[in-house]
Design a protein around this ligand. Structure first.
Ligand SMILES: [Zn+2]
Length: 50
């Protein structure tokens, strides 16, 4: 089951894909992001590190 909050997030099919995108996102937003595997959609998402 895929929750609504899950589908609203940026989703990646693989960790490699997510890592590649993270490089750009971290530069753009000047923040650090953590990559995690999602149990709901079996994809990968970012979460911010505070
Ligand atoms: Zn998900």
């Amino acid at each position: 089951m895929v929750t609504k909050s899950c589908t609203e997030k940026k989703r990646f099919d693989s960790e490699i894909e997510a890592r590649r995108e993270r490089i750009h996102i971290e530069k753009e937003f000047k923040k650090k992001y953590r990559i995690y595997e999602c149990n709901e959609c079996n994809g990968w998402h970012f979460s911010t590190i505070n």
